[in-house]
Design a protein around this ligand. Structure first.
Ligand SMILES: [Zn+2]
Ligand SMILES: [Zn+2]
Length: 101
């Protein structure tokens, strides 16, 4: 499972291949803002094309990846990050794939 120390790298990697939900340009930038009056620095995904900003909701990072498959022993799921053009938020989620065995 993803450690918090790996999160920054993970977010960066995912954003670089993600299409902007507003203008569909591929590749979002990560900005970290620590100048706000909050306990933690904010992670923002920025589109250089249309200047859209998306707030990355780190609280959505799942604690675990669900059950281990009894047939093959793997979890059959992967972490996803998706940004919403309406709410301007990016949220982590888990997507499940059926067992190939
Ligand atoms: Zn854009
Ligand atoms: Zn399986």
């Amino acid at each position: 499972m993803l450690k918090p120390s790996d999160l920054l790298q993970d977010v960066q990697l995912r954003l670089s291949t993600m299409a902007c939900p507003s203008c569909r340009t591929r590749g979002l930038d990560l900005r970290i803002r620590c100048d706000l009056d909050v306990n933690e620095c904010l992670y923002l995904a920025i589109c250089e094309d249309c200047s859209a900003e998306y707030w990355i909701d780190r609280d959505t990072l799942p604690d675990g990846m669900g059950d281990i498959c009894r047939v093959c022993g793997s979890a059959h799921c992967s972490l996803t990050l998706s940004c919403d053009a309406m709410t301007h938020r990016c949220a982590y989620g888990v997507s499940f794939t059926p067992c190939p065995h």
